[in-house]
Design a protein around this ligand. Structure first.
Ligand code: KIV
Ligand code: ZN
Length: 407
């Protein structure tokens, strides 16, 4: 069976940047956009040009600096002025896309717009038609689709397709849906909307209940062709679907028969760049890109990983651009990890030496969170191993054939 390609729309520079305190300037935005381009995303949502002159300029500069097949997308509300500004900011893009839309849930229709379902459909149609004056590629978002009744959502979708929408985004704006519910919504649209097979159906899930990635996965397994996501999962409130998670889920699970164009070896460096530019630290236990994602500190796990990496890792760190897993020395570590780390420093300990060093190590480790290489050398000195029984061997690891010298 032929594999289906899932397109990746990265919205780090738009939904991601909406996080309080993570404002990016034009230079930083261009730098991140170039990195996302090398990473292989299909669409870069570059910003919301009408929101500020700075964002307009950033979108414009990104369009100038991304020269090939990547689509550059700009957000707008279903408002003429927004759409005009988005169209103008995208002037230099090789492949421009306007992303326009309106809230479709009862809550948004009633409280945000003080409107009616019929008027919302009229505004949706008008926005798409108006955006078509500026670009061919128009994505429509049905904001709060997660809480929109499926029949009404289908009606909205059918109308915007008839009027030229090329992509339809189904945002779970408030992170409300359960995976099954979101998947059923996508399937319902696939089965009930006339013309749906002519367009790309997109997921856009927020993480308020920690379900953004699960919901996106459910969406693509139910037929969606595009996932909207951000690097490190940054975004409004609890964030968006994280790019690294959805991409690696697809890569690790070949039975899904899906693939993306992402060069996964650039995931770690892209994550670091986004974190540095936005000032948003990645939590240590974050899947794929957290500092602990490939670190092992308990004795049982360390012993397993040293014998065979796969015992406690289902992802190869090299696949995401990390050289190797880390063996962290703590009071929970065992002899195997200690010997391994001494080995890395060039020391080979015999059994007697290791026992002696280990007892000193535990005293140190009980006082500290983590034992460094420097401290390992101090421990070795303290152990005073230079007698015949307790030998420490110094090995030269500079070349592949290891030379062993008695110290
Ligand atoms: O979450 C959302 O509904 C959005 C739309 C503006 C696309 O970000
Ligand atoms: Zn969003």
């Amino acid at each position: 069976m032929e594999k289906k390609r899932i397109q990746i729309l990265d919205t780090t520079l738009r939904d991601g940047e909406q996080v309080p305190g993570c404002k990016l300037n034009t230079k930083e935005k261009v730098r991140i956009a170039k990195k996302l381009d090398s990473l292989g995303v299909d669409v870069i949502e570059a910003g919301f040009p009408t929101s500020s002159p700075g964002d307009y300029k950033s979108v414009q500069e990104i369009c100038k600096s991304i020269s090939h097949t990547t689509v550059i997308c700009a957000l707008s509300r279903a408002v003429e002025k927004d759409i005009e500004v988005a169209g103008s900011a995208l002037k230099y893009a090789k492949r421009p896309r306007i992303h326009t839309g309106i809230g479709t849930s009862n809550c948004h229709i009633r409280y945000k717009f003080n409107s009616t379902p019929e008027k919302i459909i009229e505004r949706a149609i008008y926005a798409v038609k108006y955006a078509k004056r500026f670009v061919e590629d128009v994505e429509f978002y049905a904001e709060d689709a997660g809480r929109t009744e499926n029949e009404f959502l289908a009606k909205v979708c059918e109308n915007v397709i008839k009027n030229g929408a090329t992509v339809i985004n189904i945002p779970d704006t408030t992170g409300y849906c359960l995976p099954e519910e979101y998947g059923n919504k996508i399937r319902f649209l696939k089965e009930n909307v006339k013309g749906i097979h002519k367009i790309i159906l997109s997921t856009h899930c927020h993480n308020d209940l920690g379900l953004a990635t699960a919901n996106s996965l459910s969406g693509i397994m139910s037929g969606a062709e595009q996932v909207e996501c951000t690097m490190n999962g940054i975004g409004e409130r609890a964030g968006n679907t994280s790019l690294e998670e959805i991409v690696m889920i697809i890569k690790q699970n070949s039975h899904l028969n899906l693939f993306t164009n992402i060069n996964t070896k650039l995931i770690s460096s892209t994550s670091t760049l986004v974190s540095e530019c936005t000032g948003m630290k990645v939590q240590a236990n974050k899947a794929i890109v957290g500092i602990n994602a490939f670190s092992h500190s308990s004795g049982i796990h360390q012993d397993g990983v040293i014998k065979k990496r796969e015992t406690y890792e289902s992802i190869n760190p090299e696949d995401v651009g990390i050289d190797q897993s880390s063996i962290i020395l703590t009071a929970r570590s065992g002899r195997a990890a200690l010997a391994y780390r001494y080995n890395k420093l060039g020391y080979l300990l015999n059994k007697h030496s290791l026992d002696l060093v280990y007892s000193i190590f535990l005293k140190y480790a009980d006082e500290k969170k983590e034992i460094s290489d420097m401290e390992l050398k101090i421990i070795l000195k303290k152990a005073n191993l230079n007698n015949n029984k307790n030998k420490v061997l110094h090995i030269n690891t500079n070349n592949s054939s290891i030379r062993i010298n008695v110290v």
